[in-house]
Design a protein around this ligand. Structure first.
Ligand SMILES: [Zn+2]
Length: 118
């Protein structure tokens, strides 16, 4: 079976465990992998930052409750958060950095800043 370089796809000669023609191909390949994983991290970070900005702006405007639809219209991605927090009453908040939200019974969400979490 012909073996090919992971990077340039040219045939490989020599050692059986060889994956690249040379150091240049190895470093091209590794840089590409790194760039791809950076892009994934970057796009998730963008979603988290947008979520945080939405919560921040709502609270700044005095809005501490929003419906699911209002959040979605604002561009909020409900499944993206950085961590969760459960208060002593057992109520669970999802946080986007320093801002949190919690689903209420009536399709509304309660919005809080970190320092309000009790
Ligand atoms: Zn190569």
């Amino acid at each position: 079976m012909d073996r090919i370089c992971f990077d340039c796809r040219n045939p490989l000669f020599g050692r059986i465990d060889k994956k690249f023609c040379n150091d240049q191909c190895r470093s091209n390949f590794n840089n590409q992998i790194k760039a791809e994983s950076n892009n994934i991290v970057k796009s998730v970070n963008q979603v988290l930052k947008r979520n945080r900005n939405i919560l921040h702006n709502c609270i700044l405007n005095g809005e501490t409750k929003l419906t699911r639809v209002e959040l979605l219209i604002a561009g909020f991605a409900l499944h993206f958060h950085t961590h969760t927090y459960q208060n002593q009453k057992g109520e669970s908040y999802s946080f986007c950095y320093d801002y949190g939200f919690r689903a209420l019974n009536n399709d509304e969400f309660l919005l809080i800043k970190n320092s309000d979490a009790k």
